[in-house]
Every structure is written in structure tokens, then in C-alpha cells.
Design a protein around this ligand. Structure first.
Ligand SMILES: [Zn+2]
Length: 91
């Protein structure tokens, strides 16, 4: 895979602003996270923006996408979590 993180996917210029740019919510100043909730397992990784200084296009990527994979070692955060029963309408 070609690393095109410095190339704007909107205008094609190699004009992505270097350095750390983070998104913060105005209320809590928490990082914006990508959260994946499968089978009661919650996994989250920080969502990182890249900003083009030519056209202002903002792109997003996650820093460590492999962290979002659900594995058998992941424990449900809610011990009462049960999988939704299969309903007739699912067929
Ligand atoms: Zn651009």
C-alpha cells in the first residue's frame, strides 16, 4: 500500500499540514474516538484528522486500525450482554 498520507484526497496536492492535529470537543476536551461496539465489546481508537492547507479538505484516519479488531480475548464490558435473539423478521 502506498503511503499517501501527505497527499490531499480532494485536490491531489502534497499539502497536508504536518504535525499533530487533534480534534477536541468543546465540552469535555476528550479526543474524538472511533468506537466499535460488537457483542458487548467496546473498542476505541483515536480518530486523527489530516488537513490540506491548499483546499482545506479534512480527512480522517485511525492511528492503529488493528486495535479495532474484535478478538476472542475481548471481554464484554457489560456482563449482562446477551446476543439479540433471532427473530422471524430476520429471515
Ligand atoms: Zn487539498
Amino acid at each position: 500500500m502506498v503511503d499517501n498520507r501527505n497527499t490531499c484526497s480532494q485536490c491531489g496536492e502534497q499539502s497536508i499540514i504536518k504535525g499533530d492535529i487533534v480534534l477536541k470537543t468543546s465540552k469535555s476536551n476528550d479526543l474524538i474516538m472511533v468506537v466499535r461496539q460488537d457483542h458487548g465489546v467496546e473498542k476505541s481508537v483515536p480518530l486523527r484528522p489530516s488537513v490540506c492547507c491548499q483546499c482545506g479538505f479534512v480527512d480522517f484516519y485511525v492511528q492503529d486500525p488493528t486495535n479495532l479488531k474484535i478478538s476472542s480475548e475481548d471481554k464484554p464490558i457489560n456482563p449482562d450482554f446477551k446476543q439479540r435473539p433471532i427473530l422471524e423478521s430476520d429471515f
